[in-house]
Design a protein around this ligand. Structure first.
Ligand code: F6P
Length: 323
């Protein structure tokens, strides 16, 4: 191994920079040359990359986002895109690639690996929906930013006897909603994995009001069948049964742009370095993740196209504790 390239892909996640730094410096320590590819697979297709030295990744460990830039690239999903990527990598005599990203990005890693090019993935997405890891880079920050928002909404909700509907990010996965709903003491948590019908949310809110609660939080994952907006429309028609005043807050991309927590920086550092260690063994085709607090490598073939389920027992616990 003499020369590797690194890219960050898909939705950015706080901690990606720490992973870029760790992978770059670990590779340099082995005497390898490192290329940073700009804007994910799009940059790989347009051959937009530059050599990274140790100083190029200095001062970035505490920064959210990704200094390499990121993108979603529909072109790379075509066979012609993979051919172009392989040709660009070979023209620069790059021996292997590290892909830092989530589900779609690791499916891309798998396609390149299947085409015969060595790739190691690093699990990174705020959604925490990747198989092959208990936790992904970025989710700890996203959960904490979301939770801070919920705490603030609870404060103002209490002053005004209001129920807040809070829509969280997470694509088709309810992990962020589940964790922040539990940590934020939500009255109701709605996830794609377990939906709660609007009329049932109305009943639960009304019951909470009658029990004398001064506020209520309903956390709705963005991928839920009845999204927060649809839920709000339903509530407007049933105001009297609810009791509380009602407000809706959609958090959106705000939670993705945070300064990475210590947990995300440490995780990213471990996984970035582990990706290089893995390449050094000559066995690519895996994604690095954390299982039972140990770094683990899972074959990309087992990851591509699959999503990790959330722990629905925790939803039952949250309901008991909302009494
Ligand atoms: O995958 C990360 C994520 O933030 C999801 O939670 C969200 O559904 C999606 O990306 C938003 O994508 P975009 O940044 O392209 O709008």
């Amino acid at each position: 191994m003499q020369r590797i390239a690194i890219l960050t892909s898909g939705g950015d996640a706080p901690g990606m920079n720490a992973a870029v730094r760790a992978a770059t410096r670990s590779a340099l320590a082995r005497g390898w040359e490192v290329y940073g590819i700009h804007n994910g697979y799009a940059g790989l297709l347009s051959d937009t990359m530059n050599v990274l030295h140790a100083r190029d990744v200095g001062g970035i460990i505490q920064r959210g986002g990704t200094v390499l830039g990121s993108a979603r690239s529909p072109e790379f999903q075509q066979d012609a895109g993979v051919d172009q990527a392989l040709s660009n990598l070979r023209a620069r005599r790059i021996d292997a690639l590290i892909v830092i990203g989530g589900n779609g990005s690791q499916s891309g890693s798998h396609r390149l690996q299947q085409a015969g090019f060595p790739v190691v993935g690093v699990s990174s997405t705020i959604d925490n929906d990747l198989v092959g890891t208990d936790v992904t880079i970025g989710v700890d920050t996203a959960v904490n930013v979301t939770l801070e928002a919920i705490d603030r909404l609870r404060t103002t909700g209490s002053s005004h006897q209001r129920a807040f509907l809070v829509e969280t990010m997470g694509r088709n996965c309810g992990y962020i909603a589940l964790m922040t709903g539990i940590a934020g003491g939500a009255e109701v948590i709605v996830t794609p994995e377990r939906e709660v019908e609007p009329h049932e949310v109305v009943e639960r809110l009304g019951a909470a009001y009658r029990r004398g609660k001064t506020h209520a939080i309903v956390v709705v994952a963005e991928g839920a069948k009845h999204g927060a907006r649809a839920m709000m429309d339903h509530f407007k028609a049933h105001r009297a049964a609810i009791g509380f005043g009602l407000r809706l807050t959609t958090l959106g991309h705000v939670v993705r742009g945070g300064v990475p927590t210590a947990a995300d920086r440490v995780l990213a550092t471990r996984l970035g370095a582990a990706a290089v260690d893995r390449l050094a063994t000559g066995t690519a085709g895996v994604m690095m993740g954390l299982i039972a607090n140990a770094v683990a490598a899972t074959p990309l073939a087992e990851i591509a196209g699959r999503t990790k389920p959330i722990d629905c027992d925790l939803l039952d616990l949250a309901r008991v504790l909302a009494q």
